[in-house]
Design a protein around this ligand. Structure first.
Ligand SMILES: [Zn+2]
Length: 60
């Protein structure tokens, strides 16, 4: 009942520009691992191993 404690949110990855539910933000393939989630056998640091990043798609 306390909106100031969003403990349900997971931390953003370095490649994320904002939370998934934010307006103008959408999932996109990670440019570093191209959706693989890992680079050279190591978890991708940009997307955190998800293979996706959240990018602003609002443009302008
Ligand atoms: Zn990645």
């Amino acid at each position: 009942m306390d909106p100031s404690t969003p403990d349900d949110q997971k931390p953003l990855n370095p490649g994320d520009e904002g939370p998934a539910d934010a307006p103008g933000v959408g999932e996109d393939l990670c440019p570093a691992c191209l959706g693989a989630g890992s680079v050279g056998g190591v978890a991708c640091a940009l997307c955190g191993g998800t293979g996706k990043v959240l990018q602003g798609i609002g443009g302008g």
